[in-house]
Design a protein around this ligand. Structure first.
Ligand SMILES: [Ca+2]
Ligand SMILES: [Ca+2]
Length: 222
């Protein structure tokens, strides 16, 4: 509901006078003059009244509200870390790599595919979806000799490879190592990227294997 911030519809003349004395140094006069119950919300009007304490915004309450938001959304601290009592936001969290409008995290811990995905999700990301050769090349510049889980699996239906967003793998955009995926032993349903002696590419492995992983998320449009 639209509510006037400073001059409520039922404000009495005395209340308004007292409020004006207290607030006159801080509040535009025209806000105080407007006592219309049906005023336009575009000026001097907010969806909900801001907390006011002796004519100034209650900074302590605002800080508590902000701290609660940070607890609820820990990625805020990653994107907008506090430095010298000032928050400065950047496109990607610290320790992530930016490519175009995407951020990538190359993990340093080995986990199985599901736990790797959970770790990405906790950071507001997901396992990487590789859509172009350029993206593939970018990833290999950061992976060294280790094996990295990517966001591709055929756990639901053998042979039907899906990205973590549900998109089917396009046959003309694959980077499998020759001979893969082979579903070796009938239990290889998760894809990993690795540098292979016969060429870089993807290999299917059992999902319970512990490998590193690549997370991907959108960069902030700063
Ligand atoms: Ca498989
Ligand atoms: Ca395989």
């Amino acid at each position: 509901m639209c509510t006037a911030q400073w001059a409520r519809p039922h404000t009495t003349a005395q209340e308004l006078s007292t409020q004006r004395q207290v607030d006159k140094a801080h509040i535009p006069t025209d806000w105080l003059e407007d006592t219309s119950a049906s005023q336009n919300c575009s000026m001097g009007c907010v969806e909900e009244p801001l907390r006011v304490n002796n004519s100034t915004l209650d900074k302590d309450q605002l800080q508590r509200d902000f701290d609660a938001v940070v607890v609820k959304f820990p990625v805020l601290d990653q994107y907008c870390p506090l430095r010298s009592q000032k928050r400065v936001c950047r496109p990607c969290p610290e320790g992530w790599e930016q490519r175009n409008s995407e951020c990538y995290y190359f993990s340093t811990e080995d986990k199985n595919w599901n736990d790797s995905r959970s770790a990405c999700l906790k950071q507001g990301a997901d396992l990487v979806i590789i859509e172009t050769e350029e993206e593939q090349d970018f990833i290999y510049k950061h992976t060294g000799e280790d094996v990295y889980w990517i966001g591709l699996s055929d756990s639901e239906t053998e042979g039907t490879w899906l990205w973590v967003d549900g998109t089917p793998l396009q046959k003309d955009k694959t980077f499998w190592v020759t001979g893969e995926p082979d579903d070796y032993g009938g239990s290889e349903d998760c894809a990993a990227a690795l540098r292979w002696r016969l060429g870089d590419g993807w290999v299917d492995f059992p999902c319970h294997r512990d490998w590193r992983s690549v997370c991907e998320t959108d960069a902030l449009p700063l």
